[in-house]
Design a protein around this ligand. Structure first.
Ligand code: PAF
Length: 285
């Protein structure tokens, strides 16, 4: 696996592959890698193999512009040596690990924002977060020039926003959504899980229990109010959980719904101690 720390180095590396006429996949991460990230690589590899093979670039960059809380940025877990070992084992072809100065030149004034989708849901709780995310994803697309990029469905709003951005701005990259990977007890894998106390780690399984029940109810044809009430009841049954938000939206475009007559997504944000966890599930009546 090649390790590139500058834009020029990754461009040179990808340029050589392009010369061989092979497609390139990008997996964008902020490091602290776990099985959920490795699934993104597996999905990207399958896409490449269906086209006769190609190369995967994984970026590791803790992007300061998408953190609305300084403390969150400082506490974000970093473990470069372990990340590189996992990527190498997973068959990644190049890791791109730029510094903040390499990515953001002084005096930069341009941002990329998906104006509607970025302001709702998590965007309301974390102003500027999605603008930072779409700006860095655009920069990574411009630096690496991938044919395809894989994003986790766990960050459902992020995935929806990236799809919208790519369509709106005619970006020549295919976006793959990859299903959430869960621990054996159902907790969605996340770098944030490392910050949970053992008690909160156990309590956090309530998210998956609520979503399982919600999915069952939707499939049985329940109404919106009943679904919201049941999700709230299950989450409240866990004393260590503080509900941040429970949202039930159109799965396609995250618009509000008044009845469950199409594919919906249940989006949960729940705090355990000072750690905010999110989880989601789509379901069809
Ligand atoms: O999902 C993430 O880890 C980040 O938001 C991303 C896509 C790598 C952009 O910084």
């Amino acid at each position: 696996m090649q390790i590139c720390r500058s834009k020029q180095a990754i461009r040179d590396c990808v340029g050589q592959w392009r010369h061989q006429g092979r497609p390139v996949a990008l997996v964008a991460t902020m490091g602290a890698l776990h099985e959920g990230h490795l699934q993104l690589l597996t999905r990207a590899r399958a896409w490449l193999d269906e086209r006769g093979g190609g190369h995967i670039v994984t970026s590791i960059f803790v992007n300061p512009t998408q953190f609305d809380q300084a403390a969150d940025l400082i506490h974000y877990p970093r473990d470069e040596a372990n990340d590189l070992r996992l990527l190498d084992q997973a068959g990644c072809d190049a890791a791109f690990l730029p510094t903040v100065d390499e990515i953001y030149r002084p005096g930069a004034q341009s941002v990329v924002e998906v104006t509607g989708l970025s302001k709702m849901l998590i965007g309301r709780l974390r102003p500027g977060h999605f603008r930072g995310m779409t700006t860095i994803v655009t920069k990574l697309f411009n630096i690496v020039g991938p044919d395809v990029a894989a994003f986790g469905e766990k960050d459902y709003q992020q995935l929806t926003i990236v799809r919208q951005m790519v369509a709106d701005l005619d970006m020549p990259v295919e976006i793959l959504g990859v299903p959430t990977v869960r621990e054996a007890d159902g907790l969605a894998m996340s770098s944030r899980n490392r910050r949970l106390t053992p008690e909160d780690r156990k309590a956090a399984t309530v998210l998956n229990r609520a979503l399982d029940r919600g999915q069952e109810m939707v499939e049985q044809g329940c109404g919106l109010t009943a679904l919201r009430g049941e999700l709230r009841r299950i989450l409240q049954s866990e004393p260590r959980a503080t509900i941040g938000s429970i949202d039930i939206r159109d799965a396609q475009n995250l618009s509000r719904i008044t009845r469950i007559d199409r594919s919906i997504v249940m989006l949960l944000a729940v705090r355990f101690g000072d750690v905010l966890l999110i989880d989601q599930r789509t379901a069809c009546p």
